[in-house]
Design a protein around this ligand. Structure first.
Ligand code: NAP
Length: 306
C-alpha cells in the first residue's frame, strides 16, 4: 500500500486526485499538506516540514500546488526520502528539473512529472494511427474561458504561472506524444494583458525534421463553446482528436469516444514507477513553452480583471 500525501488541497486535488486515489486499492491518502484547507479524517499539516517532523508515515507526495512553489517542495520531499508526483507543468522553469531528476536518481526514488492529457483515451490510438499514416499538417485549437475554469487563480497570471500555456501545454503534451518525430518551435505570437506577467493568448508555428507544418492557437478568453481540438491531415485521411483527447474521428467516422479517466491512469502509472524505482520526466512540452517565451513576438492587450 502506497501512503500518499496530497500537497495543495485546491481545485485539481479535490476534483481529480482524491477521487482517483479513492478508487485504487494499492494507494491511500495518509496526509494532506495545505496552508488553508483541511480534509476530514486525514492528518493535516500546513507545511511539508511539519509533516516530515510528525510521526505520520508517507511514502510519496503528490504536489498539486501552483508551479512556482513546486521545485522547493519536491526538493524537500526527495531529501526526506519520498517519491514525488508533480502536477503539470513540472515546474516554473525547465532548468529547475535537472537537480530534482539527479536527486531522485541518487536516492533511488521516483520522480513522476505527470502530463494528464497524455492519459486521455484517444491519445494512444492517435499515436498508433500516425505511426502508420504519415501526417501532412496539424492544426490545434485550444480555446477556453479562464474565468470559468480558473476563477480567481491569480498565480496563473504571475511569472511562472504560464497564463494561456497552462491549458495550452496540455495540447503540447499530446502533440509531443502522438507525432512520430520530435517537434521544434519556429515562431510565436504572444498577447500579454497590460497588468499581467504572462500571455492570455498565443499562436505557435512548429515543425518537425520532415517539414510537417503545425499551427497551434491558444486563447484564454473564449466565450461560448470551448475547444480542445487537434485536426491532423494525413496520407490516410483526416484525423480529428477532440474533447481534450477523449474523442477521435477518422474521416468523420468515430474511432474513440470514451469518458475521460486520466487521473486513475496517472496513479496506476505512479504505482508502477514506484514499484520499479524509476522516474518519468519528459520536459518536451515545457521546453516548447519556454521557447515561445524566447522567440515570441509580443503584443499588449487591455488589462485583465476577473
Ligand atoms: P488551485 O485551485 O489554486 O490549488 C492549488 C493549491 O495550492 C491552493 O488551493 C493552495 O492551497 C496551494 N497553494 C497556492 N499557492 C501556494 C503557495 N504560494 N505556496 C504553497 N501552496 C500554495 O490550483 P489548481 O487548479 O488545483 O492547479 C494546481 C496545479 O494543477 C496547476 O499546476 C495546474 O496547472 C494543475 N492542474 C489544474 C487543473 C484544473 O482543472 N484546475 C487540471 C489539471 C492540472 P492552500 O492555500 O491551502 O495552501
Amino acid at each position: 500500500m502506497l501512503r500518499l500525501a496530497i500537497v495543495g488541497l485546491g481545485k485539481i486535488a479535490r476534483d481529480q486526485h482524491l477521487p482517483a486515489v479513492a478508487g485504487l486499492p494499492e494507494i491511500a491518502i495518509a496526509a494532506v499538506v495545505s496552508r488553508n484547507a483541511r480534509l476530514d479524517g486525514v492528518p493535516c499539516f500546513e507545511t511539508l516540514e511539519a509533516l516530515f517532523a510528525s510521526d505520520v508515515a508517507v511514502d510519496a507526495v503528490a504536489l498539486c500546488t501552483p508551479p512556482q512553489v513546486r521545485r522547493a517542495q519536491a526538493a524537500l520531499a526527495l531529501a526526506a526520502g519520498k517519491h514525488v508526483m508533480l502536477e503539470k507543468p513540472p515546474g516554473a522553469t525547465v532548468s529547475e528539473l535537472a537537480p530534482l531528476i539527479a536527486m531522485a536518481r541518487d536516492k533511488g526514488l521516483t520522480l513522476f512529472a505527470t502530463w494528464h492529457s497524455r492519459f486521455a483515451p484517444a491519445v494512444e490510438p492517435a499515436r498508433a494511427f500516425l505511426a502508420a499514416n504519415r501526417p501532412l499538417s496539424v492544426k490545434i485549437d485550444w480555446r477556453e474561458d479562464v474565468r470559468v475554469w480558473h476563477p480567481g487563480q491569480d498565480w496563473i497570471f504571475e511569472a511562472g504561472g504560464l497564463g494561456v500555456f497552462d491549458p495550452g501545454i496540455n495540447a503540447l503534451s499530446i502533440l509531443t506524444r502522438i507525432l512520430p518525430r520530435p517537434v521544434f518551435l519556429q515562431g510565436a505570437g504572444l498577447a500579454f494583458p497590460a497588468n499581467r506577467a504572462v500571455p492570455i493568448a498565443a499562436e505557435l508555428d512548429l515543425a518537425d525534421e520532415a517539414g510537417l507544418p503545425i499551427r497551434a492557437e491558444f486563447d484564454f478568453l473564449q466565450a461560448g463553446s470551448q475547444s480542445w481540438d487537434m485536426r491532423i491531415e494525413t496520407e490516410g485521411g483526416t484525423l480529428m482528436l477532440s474533447a481534450g483527447g477523449a474523442k477521435l474521428d477518422h474521416d468523420g467516422r468515430p474511432l474513440v469516444d470514451e469518458p475521460e479517466a486520466e487521473y486513475p491512469a496517472l496513479y496506476r502509472r505512479l504505482i508502477d514507477l514506484v514499484g520499479r524505482r524509476e522516474s518519468d520526466v519528459d520536459l518536451a512540452p515545457l521546453q516548447l513553452v519556454a521557447d515561445a517565451f524566447l522567440l515570441g513576438q509580443r503584443r499588449s492587450m487591455e488589462a485583465f480583471t476577473w
